[in-house]
Write a protein that binds this ligand. Structure first.
Ligand code: GN1
Ligand code: MG
Length: 555
């Protein structure tokens, strides 16, 4: 029987997962739907339904990931995964919003049928009696996951498309698996660890021989302490480390904050990056120790070193991007004549510290491309290069390699070490989306190959002092921005005020933009001294409060 949209099933499913009387469903935000868990079952039903339609339209597997990333444990959400492991395009985000806005059972059946028609699903003939699709559903370890997964599965079931229950997954793992499945590659849970372990074995070339235990000895480090935010990444990191051990890797990992309680509560990458504070459980870690944090769904990674005074030195997404870009540039030096034909790019957002942008320009000869906030924007831009490095300051990012480049490298891999290094990097770095575990392995590999400690990494460049603030306003949509969100075009005179405040500081830079995930306006400021960065941020916050309808006390 070919898949078909059964309106009775849609109505029936909708009546089993009715809208919550106490809360409006959220719109599709910077990274999918996110809200308090109790209002989400009808949203997940619609996500399952939409993923099924997308999979039929593409004739490929798609995915639904039930997660709210670094948000508190009471929240949950959905990230939709397209057929090449990508986040959904704006057109499909609109579809998602249309389905979520369809409140009644009948409205939902009608809206789903309209999208089904718009995508011409009934006229697709795969030679097997109709289009072929499939949806894989995974979740993080929040207590609300069970019901929300059931809702997503009910949505898929309205169409007769086959489903795969992947159970507990990190977000990047599920993206990886969807992509691998559609490329005809092994895509099981174990295949994910295999690919990372084998990629790392190749990338670490002089640290490995054959799989002799202990051969990948610790070089220049006592090991890595990994804060898993009490999230789903803990069990996955342990599985990965076990696979590395099997492959003979002797690197030491100390996995902490493994849950099950306390998800994202004063732990994890968002806490470390935004609060510049040690995660719980790291209070007594020795000064200078090599530590990293991932977030609740393991798509963000930051490194840090305790400073011995309860503070830390942070290695954020920009520092990670700089290290990866340096490594790539060095590899390309080993391929004279060929390397010049590759387009290498780094993509950043306005939150990238000015010192990192300057480093990429002056030390590496790269011209960073700036996009709006949100990984989907960075990813799209990075995919236009042969090697595209992208990272948000918060630690979400990866390195993308074009098919064209991979094919060229394969042709020379037997005689060219640098080509082998880049191919290995393309295996380690998740090609679908930012992946904390794969990023961690690559950072470790690079530091060990360079025989660098954190000090050498830190010395690549020194961040300009910066400050981020949030301002509550009645309606954050009154702020309109341009130039990759670096300038405000509404309300009137806000930008003039910001320009004047910036001009009063040495090396000043500041901007304000409405958040896509929280009901706030975000302020970013940097300047030559911490005092100036703080006062600049405060000035901009006051301007926003005054001109954009601030609520609550003046900052
Ligand atoms: C300053 C900041 O960190 N913004 C984050 C945050 O988006 P906002 O639109 O700023 O709320 O969440 C996004 C999704 O996780 C992430 O992509 C982005 O970088
Ligand atoms: Mg996340």
């Amino acid at each position: 029987m070919p898949p078909r949209l059964d309106p009775d099933r849609v109505r029936d499913a909708a009546s089993r997962f009715p809208p919550d009387a106490d809360g409006d469903p959220p719109p599709y935000g910077t990274a999918g739907f996110r809200a308090q868990a109790p209002i989400l079952p009808p949203v997940l039903l619609r996500c399952g339904l939409l993923a099924a339609i997308k999979s039929l339209a593409a004739g490929k597997m798609c995915g639904v990931m039930v997660t709210a990333s670094h948000n508190p444990e009471e929240d949950n959400g959905a990230k939709l995964i397209g057929p090449v492991g990508e986040m959904m395009s704006p057109e499909w985000e609109d579809y998602a919003n249309r389905l979520v806005a369809a409140g009644s059972d009948d409205q939902l059946a009608a809206e789903a049928a309209a999208i089904w028609r718009q995508e011409g699903i009934d006229s697709i003939d795969e030679g097997r009696g109709g289009p072929v699709g499939g949806v894989v559903v995974g979740c993080d370890n929040r207590p609300s996951a069970g019901l929300l997964v059931e809702a997503a599965l009910a949505g898929v079931a309205c169409t007769g498309v086959p489903v795969v229950r992947a159970g507990l997954q990190t977000t990047p793992q599920l993206h990886f698996r969807v992509r691998a499945r559609n490329l005809g590659q092994p895509w099981g849970e174990a295949d994910y660890y295999d690919r990372l372990a084998m990629g790392l074995a190749k990338a670490s070339r002089d640290l490995v021989g054959d799989a002799v235990p202990g051969r990948w000895a610790a070089v220049g480090t006592d090991g890595l302490l990994l804060d898993c935010a009490n999230g789903v990444g803990a069990a996955k990191a342990e599985a990965l480390i076990a696979r590395l051990r099997e492959a003979g890797c002797g690197w030491r990992f100390d996995v902490r904050n493994v849950g099950p309680r306390g998800l994202n509560d004063r732990v994890g990458a968002d806490h470390v990056e935004k609060q510049r504070a040690l995660p719980l459980g790291f209070e007594t870690v020795a000064k200078g120790a090599r530590c990293c944090s991932i977030d609740g769904d393991a798509d963000r990674l930051v490194y840090f070193a305790p400073d011995g005074k309860r503070g830390l030195t942070l290695f954020d997404g920009n520092k990670i991007a700089a290290l990866l870009a340096l490594y790539i540039k060095d590899a390309l030096k080993g391929m004279p004549g060929i390397a010049e034909t590759f387009k290498v790019g780094v993509v950043q957002t306005a939150y990238a510290n000015g010192a990192s942008t300057n480093y990429l320009k002056t030390e590496l000869g790269l011209q960073p491309v700036m996009t709006s906030t949100g990984v989907k924007h960075l990813h799209r831009e990075a995919a236009s290069f042969d090697v595209g490095v992208y990272f948000e300051a918060n630690g979400h990012g990866t390195v993308l390699f074009s098919n064209d480049l991979i094919a060229k490298l394969r042709k020379i891999e037997y005689e060219d070490e640098a080509a082998r290094d880049l191919l290995a990097m393309a295996e380690v770095m998740n090609q679908a989306v930012g992946d904390a575990l794969s990023g961690m392995l690559m950072v470790e590999c690079i530091l060990r190959r360079k025989v660098w400690g954190l000090k050498e990494w830190e010395d690549m460049y020194t961040d300009l002092p910066s400050r981020q603030l949030k301002v509550m306003v009645a309606d954050r949509a009154v702020i309109k921005t341009t130039d990759a969100e670096t300038r405000c075009i509404a309300p009137d005179s806000l930008q003039q005020g910001i320009d004047a405040a910036v001009a009063r500081r040495k090396s000043g830079r500041a901007f304000a933009r409405p958040s896509g995930t929280e009901n706030v306006v975000r302020i970013y400021a940097e300047a030559a001294s911490q005092g100036e960065a703080d006062s600049l941020a405060k000035d901009v916050a006051r301007l926003v409060h005054k001109l954009a309808g601030g609520i609550g006390p003046v900052p």
